[in-house]
Ligand binder design. Sequence first.
Ligand code: SF4
Length: 69
Amino acid sequence: MRISVDRSRCEGHGLCTQQAPAVFSLDDNAELNHRFEDTDIPAEHLPAAQAGIGSCPVAALRTSFEPYR
Ligand code: SF4
């Protein structure tokens, strides 16, 4: 499963980074870095990554299986 980021929506709140720090991080400009953007999320990071999706207040994250909300 992949997770994509709609950077036009991301406002750098960082809630996803709190849920899944091994997957998401913010740089010094509050731009989101997504460690697995071009590949499947490793199984060991999936629960946290999915929690990160659910935590985003602006629905900037989505899996490859669901449309933007
Ligand atoms: S929680 Fe959403 S808005 Fe905040 S950094 Fe993550 S993707 Fe961006």
